[in-house]
Design a protein around this ligand. Structure first.
Ligand SMILES: *Cc1c(COP(=O)(O)O)cnc(C)c1O
Length: 383
C-alpha cells in the first residue's frame, strides 16, 4: 500500500499519526454503494467507527445516511451535511438531552432498545407536540461467530429487547400516541465474515416482521444493522470487504414485501482499510527470552488489540530485508497490556524505523485517549 514516495513523506512528519488513504476510502465507498444500489437498499454509515472530519465529508459525499449512537454524533452528522431524513439513532442509554436534541433535529428514526425508552421518547415527543419515528431493536439471539467482546445479539447482551418481551413492546406502542412505529432493527455484532450468520439473521427478521404484522403493526423498515468484517491479516491482497456477497445474502434470504425498505448500518467495512497508524521505534530491547520494539504509539492511539484481543498487521516501512526476528511490539504507556502483538515477525529493526499498524481506519482514532497525559496526535491524508 505504501509507495516509496509516501514513506519518504512520512520521514519528515512527527509520529505517531493516523494516515488515511483517501483513494482507498473512495474505492471502498464506491464498491459499497454500487453493491447496495443494485437492490435499492438504504445504507447508513455507522459514525462511531470513525468521525474524523475529512473522512466524514468523503462518506457524506456518497449520499449515504448516518447511524448515530449519541446526541453528539447526531449533531456531527447533520453538521457534516448528512441528510437528517437519513439519520438513525441507536443506543441502549439515550439521555433525555440526547433524545430532545434528536427530536428537534427531526431525524428519520430512533432505534429503541427497551420498553421504558419507548415511554420516555413518547413523553418527550408529546412535550414538543411531535411524533417520533421509532424502530424496535430486537435482540434476535443469533450468534455472530465473532469475538465475544464484540457480540451484541445474544440473550445475555445488554442491547435491544428480547423476543419474550415483544408483547410488552406492542402494548407500549398502543399506549404511546406520540410514537410512529416504522419497523424493526437488529445489530448482532461486529467483524462478521461468515455469511451464514447473516442468513440466520434473515430468518429471524422474517419471523419477527410476521409477528408485528400479525399483531397489527405494519412493518415499513427492516433495519439489519451492520457488522460486516474486513481482512485484518491481508490488508493489501484482500483490501475490500465483501459487499457483493453481503448484500446478496439479504437479497436472497430476506422476505421483503412491497413498500418495505431495507436498511443497513455499516461502519468498519467502510473505513477500516483506508487507515493506518504510523509510528516510530523509540527503543529496541533485546532480552534473553524476548525482543521488544518499543513504539511511540500505544493503546492511547489504537486500543483494539488491548480491548478486544484484535489482530493488526504490523510492518516496518524502513527496512527492506525479510523478517528474521520475533519482536513483542509494545507502546510506551505504563500498562503491561499496552502491547500491539507478541512474537511479530519483522526484519531486524532499529531506533527511528517507521512502523505501520494497518487496518486502523475503524475504531482507532475515535477511541484515542489522553491517558498518561499524552498529546492528541495528528491525522495525515493522501491526496
Ligand atoms: C457499531 C454499530 C454499527 C456498526 O458496526 P460495524 O461493525 O462497524 O459495521 C451498526 N449499528 C449499530 C447499532 C452499532 O452500534
Amino acid at each position: 500500500m505504501f509507495t516509496t514516495d509516501t514513506t519518504n513523506k512520512f520521514k519528515d512528519l512527527e509520529t505517531p499519526f493516523y494516515y488515511y488513504d483517501m483513494g482507498i476510502l473512495r474505492q471502498t465507498l464506491e464498491a459499497c454503494t454500487n453493491a447496495s444500489a443494485k437492490y435499492g437498499f438504504h445504507v447508513h454509515y455507522a459514525m462511531k467507527a470513525n468521525f474524523n472530519p475529512k473522512v466524514l465529508d468523503m462518506i457524506q459525499s456518497f449520499g449515504v445516511g448516518a447511524d448515530c449512537v449519541s446526541g453528539n454524533e447526531v449533531k456531527a452528522a447533520i453538521d457534516h451535511g448528512f441528510d437528517k431524513g437519513k439519520v438513525v439513532f441507536a443506543g441502549v442509554g439515550k439521555s433525555d438531552k440526547e433524545i430532545n436534541f434528536a427530536l428537534d433535529a427531526d431525524i428519520f428514526c430512533f432505534n429503541v432498545e427497551s420498553v421504558q425508552e419507548l415511554h420516555i421518547i413518547n413523553d418527550l415527543a408529546k412535550a414538543k407536540n411531535k411524533k417520533a419515528n421509532v424502530a424496535i431493536r430486537i435482540n434476535p439471539n443469533v450468534d455472530a461467530h465473532t469475538h465475544h467482546f464484540i457480540t451484541t445479539g445474544l440473550d445475555e447482551n445488554k442491547f435491544g429487547v428480547n423476543i419474550w418481551q415483544l408483547p410488552d413492546v406492542a402494548n407500549a406502542l398502543r399506549e404511546c400516541p406520540n410514537l410512529q412505529f416504522l419497523g424493526i432493527h437488529f445489530h448482532i455484532g461486529s467483524q462478521i465474515t461468515d455469511m451464514e450468520v447473516y442468513k440466520s439473521l434473515c430468518t429471524r427478521i422474517n419471523e419477527m416482521q410476521d409477528w408485528f404484522e400479525d399483531h397489527g403493526f405494519p412493518v415499513k423498515v427492516l433495519n439489519t444493522g451492520g457488522g460486516l468484517g474486513v481482512d485484518y491479516h491481508n490488508p493489501d491482497t484482500n483490501g475490500m470487504a465483501d459487499f457483493e456477497s453481503y448484500f446478496e445474502v439479504f437479497k436472497n434470504f430476506l422476505n421483503v414485501k412491497p413498500g418495505q425498505e431495507v436498511h443497513f448500518e455499516l461502519g468498519r467495512a467502510m473505513v477500516a482499510q483506508s487507515g493506518s497508524l504510523i509510528s516510530r521505534v523509540l527503543y529496541v530491547k533485546n532480552g534473553q527470552k524476548k525482543n521488544f520494539l518499543i513504539l511511540d504509539a500505544g493503546m492511547t492511539e489504537l486500543i483494539r488489540p488491548m480491548l478486544y484481543q484484535a489482530y493488526h498487521d504490523i510492518e516496518n516501512l524502513s527496512q527492506e530485508s525479510k523478517p528474521s526476528i520475533k519482536y513483542d511490539v509494545v507502546g510506551p504507556i505504563c500498562e503491561s497490556t499496552d502491547c500491539f502483538r507478541k512474537d511479530v515477525d519483522l526484519p531486524e529493526s532499529f531506533r527511528g524505523d517507521l512502523i505501520a499498524i494497518r487496518t486502523a481506519g475503524a475504531y482507532a482514532e475515535v477511541m484515542a485517549s489522553g491517558y498518561n497525559l499524552r498529546d492528541k496526535v495528528q491525522s495525515v491524508y493522501s491526496a
